[in-house]
Design a protein around this ligand. Structure first.
Ligand code: ADP
Ligand code: MG
Length: 170
């Protein structure tokens, strides 16, 4: 499971799908190469939407399919590699050991993981833990950043025009 100690947390209001895609592209601009990002939240909360915004923000022109059935979708975007996992259908996390999941976390590729809860024990500590909850018709998105991301990533996000931090929440 993701360890949530020593993280900086941002709580955001994300009103609709376009705003979620915009948050993804803000993350594309601010996250360092090699970051590990987990995406948590119930079915239909917008995890894949956020991943789509991020992957397209890195320059992918085509569709971003949900990897629910394939487990992982790889992308090569210029110099950057992205692996988008959806572990929803993993019933025994040991399956991940057999598929060689550790090789994907190579410190250079950006790795996005939906349903990290289904891979407990077989995933490295996330640099960014994203948690999405419904709020009204939109979403409340919490970004918990590990120290490994550094202050510049936080500053970058805070300077993104589309980032609407909820006031009074740390
Ligand atoms: P998940 O991967 O978490 O199951 P999806 O990304 O497939 O969820 O999105 C499910 C639905 O949520 C889509 O119809 C999408 O348009 C919608 N959605 C995504 N982000 C938001 C948001 N911020 N506010 C309202 N609806 C959203
Ligand atoms: Mg999904």
């Amino acid at each position: 499971m993701a360890d949530t100690r020593a993280r900086t947390s941002l709580m955001l209001d994300v009103a609709d799908e376009p705003a979620m895609l915009e948050l993804g592209s803000a993350l594309a601009r601010c996250l360092p190469a090699g970051a590990v990002v987990t995406l948590s939240g119930d079915l239909g909360m917008g995890k894949t939407t956020l991943a789509r915004g991020l992957i397209q923000g890195l320059g992918h022109m085509g569709a971003v399919k949900s990897p629910t059935y394939t487990l992982v979708e790889p992308y090569e975007l210029g110099e950057r590699k992205v692996y988008h996992f959806d572990l929803y259908r993993v019933s025994d996390p040991e399956e991940l050991e057999f598929m060689g999941i550790r090789d994907y976390f190579d410190g250079e590729s950006l790795v996005l993981v939906e349903w990290p809860e289904c891979g407990a024990g077989f995933l490295p500590r996330a640099d960014l833990v994203v948690t999405i909850q419904a709020e009204g018709g939109g979403r409340r998105v919490q970004l918990q950043m590990a120290e490994s991301l550094g202050e510049s990533c936080l500053e970058c996000l805070r300077n993104e025009p589309g980032i609407r931090e909820k006031s009074g929440v740390q």
